[in-house]
Design a protein around this ligand. Structure first.
Ligand SMILES: Nc1ncnc2c1ncn2[C@@H]1O[C@H](COP(=O)(O)OP(=O)(O)OP(=O)(O)O)[C@@H](O)[C@H]1O
Length: 229
């Protein structure tokens, strides 16, 4: 199993009380699977994805990424582990504004062999149709191009797991299709994708769709009856 989430819970302080953002979520995602979790704003999607990605420690429960619990590692080890085992795609791209496309894709390379790394980055940039944009900075790119750069960067280390948070949230339908096809292809090639989104169109690309309400996973049938009630 590539990704295992066991009974994850997380709450945050909110005014005088606490909000239970994620409440006992268990989920496994295996190689070749593209799983989407769909739910309205504030139901815990981002919190769940951050915990799955080793970016936010759960209050209770366990995350296993290819059999390793990232929260048992030191923070330096965890950062290295994340960059080698996980790719992240966010709605807000998180590109480095003063670096050009090539250098943004190269940011995960750190100390790896420079010429090999550049070759890999160029191949990914070409794969996403950005070869004419190599030396542009993010401000000179369209929204869809920025997300394609973010995807190329996420794939740089050839992770087996991609985590995507509303990856099409800011995109037109043509760029949404490019991004969703890339996620599907990634899974078909033996990786796995866990995507959270509120968007009906985006989740249709996934093979398995789960709902989330008030921090708890629900089946698509349950989520439909909640919407209609
Ligand atoms: N760092 C935080 N501090 C306090 N409360 C938080 C924090 N992060 C999330 N929350 C709260 O936890 C709940 C779940 O938030 P989360 O961002 O996971 O939901 P979401 O489904 O991703 O929402 P959206 O679709 O709007 O991004 C919300 O009530 C939110 O206000």
């Amino acid at each position: 199993m590539l990704l295992e989430l066991e009974q994850l819970s997380k709450s945050f302080k909110s005014g005088p009380g606490r909000v239970q953002a994620v409440d006992g979520v268990s989920l496994t995602v295996d190689a070749t699977e593209f799983v989407a979790i769909q739910g309205p704003s504030g139901c815990g999607k981002s919190t769940l994805l951050l915990m799955a990605g080793g970016l936010l420690s759960p209050d209770s429960g366990q995350v296993l990424v290819e059999g390793t619990n990232p929260y048992r590692l030191s923070s330096d080890q965890r950062a290295r582990f994340r960059s080698q085992h996980l790719g992240f795609v966010f709605q807000q791209f998180h590109l480095v504004p003063y670096l050009n496309v090539l250098d943004n894709v190269l940011t995960p390379a750190l100390a790896s062999n420079r010429s090999q790394a550049r070759e890999r980055a160029r191949a990914l940039i070409e794969q996403f149709g950005l070869e004419q944009r190599l030396h542009h900075t993010p401000a000179q790119l369209s929204t869809g191009e920025k997300q394609r750069v973010a995807l190329a960067r996420a794939l740089f280390h050839q992770p087996k797991i991609l985590l995507a948070d509303e990856p099409t949230g800011n995109l037109d339908s043509e760029n949404s299709t490019i991004v969703l096809n890339a996620l599907s292809q990634f899974a078909a090639d033996g990786g796995c994708v866990l995507m959270v989104s509120h968007d009906d169109q985006a989740v249709q690309s996934a093979q398995r769709v789960l709902g989330i309400r008030d921090g708890r996973l629900v089946t698509p049938q349950e989520s439909e009856s909640l919407v209609n009630s």
